[in-house]
Design a protein around this ligand. Structure first.
Ligand SMILES: Nc1nc2c(ncn2[C@@H]2O[C@H](COP(=O)(O)OP(=O)(O)OP(=O)(O)O)[C@@H](O)[C@H]2O)c(=O)[nH]1
Ligand SMILES: [Mg+2]
Length: 360
């Protein structure tokens, strides 16, 4: 095993040096940026990057090693190799926490960086790249991105639009934190089914908690000429559902609550259990942190969350969290919303869209 550090003004150049000297099979152990220590003669010195790479003895070494300033080479004696290497890798890992040490090859580094920069979990990104490599060990940089995109599309669960039962009303409830866009999204979905597809739709609000919340959905109902009802509890909901047995779709709005409100999902569960067969869509805004996605999912999981719906794509900055969350929890995505316009800013979730959000 030969290990060497390469420094350059940017990652592409450093990576090119790695490939030129250690070959395509070089293993990236770590990367880091090196900040200049001082301002030199009034001119700001540029930040440099350092890549530590390794290659097996047998791997093709394209050019003989040249000692360029800032590059250090060290070869380990075979006897001590294992112990020293493990300790070296351990140190590098604890210093840099770079997922390249998870076995990625140099030509995968660009794709890996892009995924991680866009919020994909480092371990998940490394796993995907490793899988791609396993499937096609001969691959080179040119094919890398495309294979990764294809694999990501395959693993991302999307269930598409609400599937009507065909018999009796399909009931769908939307739960989630405050202000993520539950009510607005319901109005968009109601418009899609009632106005565009000519289906019979009823709107029900369980949101008696917040002043004005009922009016918000009531007004949408009036504009669309769709029935609107308010349910104060499970008896109300049972009665309302029975009186709308002719409908194709009943959309149920709920009050947004903080993830810290542990009792809330228990209360909702009792209400939904009273009618049975309610499909639950967890509504999350992509502007929130991934930690909040997880906390909210735990909050509502006692009800039995069936789908996740992501709002405010138009305000999102990175979309890897959306992929991480859906893949980790195997929770299919139903819709995306990307603006405040009703009904325009609604789309059925497709893996292609997520992948392009992450890569572009
Ligand atoms: N930019 C953007 N804003 C949105 C989107 N969806 C909803 N909003 C806005 O987010 C705000 C809150 O929307 P609501 O539908 O009231 O959210 P909610 O989840 O019902 O809120 P609570 O009932 O208070 O929990 C409104 O100003 C909406 O117009 C979206 O996709 N993008
Ligand atoms: Mg609301």
């Amino acid at each position: 095993m030969r290990i060497k550090k390469f420094t350059a003004s940017n990652y592409s150049i450093a990576l090119r040096k790695v490939k030129e000297e250690l070959g395509e099979d070089a293993l990236i152990l770590s990367t880091r940026s090196i900040k200049p220590p001082t301002l030199m003669a009034g001119r700001k010195e540029a930040t440099r990057v350092e890549i530590t790479a390794a290659v097996e003895y047998a791997a093709p070494v394209v050019a003989p090693p040249t000692q360029v300033s800032g590059e250090h080479e060290f070869t380990l004696s075979p006897e001590k190799e294992d112990v020293q290497l493990k300790s070296l890798i351990f140190n590098l890992l604890s210093q840099t926490d770079q997922a390249q040490s998870l076995g990625l090859q140099s030509h995968q580094f660009d794709t890996y960086s892009r995924l991680v920069e866009n919020g994909l979990d480092e371990k998940l990104a490394a796993k995907i790249l490793q899988k791609v490599l396993e499937q096609n060990p001969q691959q080179t940089a040119g094919y890398d991105k495309e294979s990764v995109m294809n694999l990501m599309k395959k693993v991302l669960p999307c269930k598409g639009e609400i599937d009507l039962n065909g018999y009796g009303p399909k009931m769908v409830a939307f739960v989630g934190p405050t202000g993520v866009g539950k009510t607005t999204t319901i109005a968009k979905i109601a418009a899609e089914y009632a106005l565009r597809r000519g289906k019979k739709v009823a709107l029900v609000s369980l949101d008696t908690y917040r002043l004005g919340a009922i009016d918000q959905l009531r007004i949408y109902g009036e504009i669309m000429e769709v029935s609107f009802e308010v349910a104060g509890g499970k008896e109300d909901l049972r009665r309302i559902v029975a009186s709308h047995s002719d409908k194709d779709l009943i959309l149920i709005d709920t009050t947004g609550r903080s993830h810290q409100d542990k009792d809330y999902s228990g209360q909702l569960k009792k209400i939904f259990d009273a009618v049975g067969g309610v499909e639950i869509h967890l509504v999350l805004s992509v502007t929130a942190q991934e930690k909040l996605f997880t906390a909210t999912y735990h909050q509502f999981s006692p009800i039995g969350v069936d789908r996740v719906l992501f709002t405010k794509l138009d305000e999102g900055l990175s979309f890897g969290s959306l992929f991480n969350f859906s893949v980790r929890n195997r929770l299919p995505i139903s819709y995306f919303t990307s603006g405040q316009r009703v009904p325009e800013d609604l789309e059925v979730a497709r893996p292609d869209r997520v992948i392009s959000l992450i890569f572009n």
